[in-house]
Design a protein. Structure first.
Length: 171
């Protein structure tokens, strides 16, 4: 079984996928880390040197490859992955998809602490960040909401979210 976690940056995909993979003994693959590893560049370097179109093509190719595996894996997807091509459809067709839904206020709180690590928002001022996130989230929610399961992450401990995922998937 493949379990795919989708959601906006800062929704907890990386952290939840890590503790979930340890709990149910599934291999963990972070799509951005896999793209970075194969290109021998960080995600910001790929965006800077090769551009977003190159990145999105790489993302799609590696996503298709990972979704074709027979292994039990937890796939932590980038925030933009579900938005491009027909990625959300193939994610739903080849895995159990879970949208970690997080409020704008929680996202702002989490993301503002790590702006420099996130190419999409690195150059956005703190005062413009809430508006940017709200607009971006509005655009992406239609894709995220296609996930088979939706779990709200606000005011919940990571273990609580993990247990909710296990419960929903009857693991």
């Amino acid at each position: 079984m493949i379990i795919s976690l989708v959601g906006y940056m800062g929704s907890g995909k990386s952290h939840i996928s890590k503790i979930l993979s340890e709990k149910i003994n599934f291999k963990l693959i972070d799509l951005d880390r896999e793209i970075s590893r194969r290109n021998k560049l960080t995600i910001p370097e790929i965006f800077e040197k090769k551009g977003e179109i190159y990145f999105r093509k790489q993302e799609r190719e590696i996503l298709e490859e990972l979704l074709a595996t027979e292994e039990n894996i937890i796939l932590s997807l980038g925030g933009g992955t579900p938005v491009y091509y027909n990625n959300m459809e193939i994610i739903n067709h080849n895995s159990k998809s879970i949208f970690l839904r997080t409020s704008i206020n929680t996202l702002i709180e989490r993301i503002s602490k790590q702006k420099e690590k996130r190419p999409l928002i690195a150059n956005i001022s703190d005062e413009n960040l809430p508006e940017f996130i709200a607009k971006h989230l509005f655009e992406r929610n239609q894709f995220y909401s296609k996930a088979q399961f939706i779990i709200s992450t606000d005011a919940k401990e990571p273990e609580e979210i993990m247990n909710e995922i296990i419960e929903k998937l009857y693991l």
